[in-house]
Design a protein around this ligand. Sequence first.
Ligand code: HEM
Length: 135
Amino acid sequence: MVKSLLFLHLLFAIVWIGGMVYSLLFLKPSLKELAQEEQRHRFLKSVLSRFFSAVWLSLLVLFLTGMGLWHGYRRDFSDNPLFHAKLFLFALMTLVFVYLYFFLFRRGRLSQVPNLVAVNLILGLLVLLIITYIS
Ligand code: HEM
């Protein structure tokens, strides 16, 4: 049970953080290849709507599997300050994503989306750094 929770947890951490790396380092620079602005906007909207659906699922799975791992396996985390820093960063990443999704993406303000994706990528990398040091 714990192994399958950890597998799902790792898988959706990779989907979210990997997806942010892909969209910033590979998708965004290549968008310039599309000549017309209207074409670029339509293509980006189509890619982001699929990725953001996966992010909503990642948020849910990371939270549920994380709670399962915490209360079912690593109760010692309850007084581990690094773990609480991880939860704080996860909450911050969730707030940034909720703002990005409802106030930028859903309103078609796509040009500002990459900046907030970059913020969440930095926070996600900080989470991975913290996990490296959590014993
Ligand atoms: C951006 C969000 C998150 C990322 C990238 C992430 C990533 C990871 C990774 C890579 C591991 C495996 C570490 C290891 O095997 O040593 C892990 C384990 C764990 N995560 Fe998360 N996690 C996230 C959110 C959460 C949340 C929200 C919770 C709690 C509600 C949580 C609770 C845990 C627990 C309890 C473990 C088990 C640690 C262990 O195996 O010793 N995580 N997480």
